[in-house]
Design a protein around this ligand. Structure first.
Ligand SMILES: [Cu+2]
Length: 509
């Protein structure tokens, strides 16, 4: 605590010339005095800094839940999904009398829902019309070739088009998403609105169709009084940007109406930059049926779930009691630097009205969903140590989010791996905050966690591409890259990724 206190107290006075300031200038901040609470006197007033961006703006609640509009398939034949995604400035009306400039895919935020099937070929032309900055589309979690993955080494220039093409292999059904991944600009492009869901459906799905299939995409909105989205602050850069309103499919606490006895299949996406969502469904029973990379082997009942940034989970929720069933947040301490820790408990994200009239009898969930083969014994092991460094030096305040002591360098390969080889990755979090670890190019299996000398096994086998590594925790996972090429691994608190917590594994044939 002493260290943190020192650093935070020194922060505002040391901003000039700091790496963090350079970052903020890149993000469009030209003048520190334009930040509320950050004038020349702010050095001692951490309360003002913590209040930055806090907005009393009220958003309407209780509107009928909007299902994400699907992206139309222009191919006109089965086996091929062909479409165009244009990223461009747009406006949204979160509050009645104010327009909010956002970034949108095809005019929407979240972007349109892409639904394709295992075995399909996907051809999507991306048009970058954001303005004067590069972008990419990263197909988060999807088994696409390295040169189609939209990584930072492969930018799409402002005004340019780029065709992405890949096949969806058998067995790849799951809840993926797409978002920009350009060097140094990912955090801002995402919080301004660029993210969408990509659901790969199984040809034979064991989950009863009567449950429906609804994506709930969580994003995190901060609005200034004039309706605009404020730029990132120092607090945001340290902790990752947490907004004032958690939205579901772009709406605050929307309403879903179901008949008593209904079961609903819900795909929950944490598409926020940095908000940890520990969730419970009051008055309704949750069963986990899937993770980032598709279905589990069998359903697992859950009282609560933790969804860290970029994670997804598939649930079946049983609405057996009449009245109201609410999806709410529980307290979760993910480690917070400095003042301004946001409220995280007691937020209602979705309200479900369960009518008295009984639903038509629903078929039961099968006891087995699909087999998951455990990855074979690893032949290589790697150790990745996450640290945060914040120190004063001659030029000011230096913030670093590091892996094995190094900040990301696009010209450096950190790990050389071999396609088809099974590896054990040990992710060691020696920092003061939780860091959700994401690996591109493949899905992995978590085998154990260790914290305070206690080792625990995960409650079930699952395919994951993102896993939270709590502060002081070590997560061991097994992974295998099937395709050659460079792949990113990074913290999915996007501000941390941008400030250096990322590396490259080069997979060789
Ligand atoms: Cu992080």
């Amino acid at each position: 605590m002493h260290r943190r206190g020192f650093l935070v107290a020194g922060l505002a006075t040391a901003l000039a010339g700091s790496r963090a300031l350079a970052q903020m200038k890149m993000d469009g901040m030209s003048d520190m005095d334009s930040m509320p609470g950050m004038g020349g006197h702010a050095g001692h007033d951490m309360g003002a800094m913590g209040a930055m961006g806090q907005s009393p703006t009220a958003l309407p609640q209780g509107e009928a839940l909007r299902e994400l509009p699907p992206l139309a398939n222009e191919a006109g034949r089965s086996g091929l999904f062909r479409a165009r995604l244009t990223a461009e400035p747009a406006t949204a009306r979160f509050v009645a009398d104010r327009e909010t400039p956002i970034l949108a895919y095809n005019g929407m935020s979240p972007g349109p829902l892409i639904e394709a099937y295992e075995g399909d070929r996907v051809e999507i032309t991306f048009a970058n019309r954001i303005g004067d900055e590069p972008s990419t589309i990263h197909w988060h979690g999807m088994p696409v070739p390295a040169d189609q993955d939209g990584n930072p080494m492969d930018p799409v220039a402002a005004g340019a088009d780029r065709a992405y093409a890949f096949e969806l292999p058998e067995g790849s059904a799951g809840s993926y998403w797409y978002h920009p991944h350009p060097h140094g600009r990912t955090a801002e492009q995402v919080y301004r609105g660029l993210a969408g869901a990509f659901v790969v459906k199984a040809k034979a799905d064991p989950v009863p169709a009567a449950y429906g299939d609804t994506v709930l995409m969580f994003t995190d909105l901060r609005l200034a009084a004039d309706g605009s989205m404020p730029d990132n602050t120092m607090t945001d850069l340290m902790n990752g940007r947490v907004g004032d309103h958690v939205l579901v499919n772009g709406q605050k606490n929307p309403k879903l109406t179901v008949a008593m006895g209904a079961r609903r299949r819900l795909r929950l996406y944490n598409a926020t930059n940095a908000r940890f969502l520990r969730l419970a469904f009051g008055n309704a029973a949750m069963t986990v049926i899937g993770s980032d990379g598709g279905l589990l082997e069998k359903p697992v009942a859950a009282d609560e779930i933790l969804l860290s940034p970029a994670e997804r989970i598939e649930l079946v929720v049983a609405f057996d009691k009449p009245g109201t069933a609410s999806l709410t947040t529980l307290a979760y301490d993910r480690g917070w630097m400095g003042p301004g820790r946001p409220e995280d408990a007691g937020l209602t994200l979705l309200t479900v009205e369960v009518s008295d009239a009984p639903a038509e009898a629903m078929p039961p969930l099968p006891e087995r969903l699909r087999p998951i083969a455990p990855l074979a014994a690893p032949t290589v092991s790697r150790r990745l140590v996450f640290t945060e460094t914040m120190a004063m030096n001659a030029t000011g305040m230096e913030m670093g989010f590091l892996i094995n002591g190094k900040a990301f360098d696009m010209g450096r390969v950190d790990i050389v791996a071999k396609a088809g080889e099974t590896e054990l990755w040990e992710i060691v979090n020696q920092a003061d905050m939780d860091h959700p670890f994401h690996l591109h190019g493949t899905q992995f299996q978590v085998v154990e966690r260790e914290r305070g000398g206690k080792v625990s096994k995960p409650p079930y086998l699952a395919w994951k591409d993102t896993v939270n590594v709590a502060r002081g925790e070590t997560v061991r996972l097994i992974t295998r890259q099937e395709r050659p090429g460079p792949r990113m691994y990074h913290c999915h608190i996007l501000e941390h990724e941008q400030l250096g917590m990322m590396g490259i594994v080069d997979v060789q044939a």
